[in-house]
Ligand binder design. Sequence first.
Ligand code: HEC
Length: 212
Amino acid sequence: MRNVYLVTAFVVVLAVSILGFRGTKFTQPPMDVFPEWAFPGMKRQPKPRPQGESNFFADGRADRPLPAGVVSRNPLRNDDALYAGKAADGSWVRGFPVSVDATRMARGKERYTIYCSPCHGAVGDGNGITKQYGMGATPTYHDDRLRKMAEGEIFNTITHGSPNKNMQSYADKLFPEDRWAVILYVRALQRAQTGTTADVTTDAGKQALGLK
Ligand code: HEC
């Protein structure tokens, strides 16, 4: 019999703890298990904050000046062309601030196939697999605007995403050098679509393609 009371009490507590006080707004802060008055120094320890003040040091700053010869743990990315796609005058870089060769092209093709082709398609016509699943906004590379777009601007799109953010940033997936490799391959895809028979029959055409 005694168990009936115990079980009922347990069920009531369980029901209230699961169902009760839903959506209730509390005005008081939650219970403090280690209140400051009982355990001083546990939570609000005096400590210098970054860029804060400190009267411990004569110059009043909490941050200490860097000792001479300090080396940054992050590589210094002060080459705007390579890391931002920008020329010295602030315009988008045209051409490639990295070496261009078959190795880079192969790397670009590989990275492109992994990261871009699901949307932009294997030939860059915007007909990737995601189109069937509602990604209809993917543009083809084979229009004049994107053919003429500076390499630096494409670099910027890969780094920060497209202007209206329908395409996200790929900066966390592609190293800057790989972004240039991908652009190189995009250029090859664009060139491939504008090929003519003269490219492979005339001497000038062959030479331009490096076939002769
Ligand atoms: C998830 C699908 C998706 C992937 C993956 C993707 N894109 Fe896009 N991309 C888009 C869409 C959608 C747009 C059109 C964006 C817009 O309208 O702003 C776009 C636009 C672009 C543009 C044109 C930007 C402009 O200014 O109009 C370039 C260049 C581009 N993508 C390159 C790439 C490259 C290079 C990759 C691989 C690193 C890539 N995209 C991967 C969906 C994608």
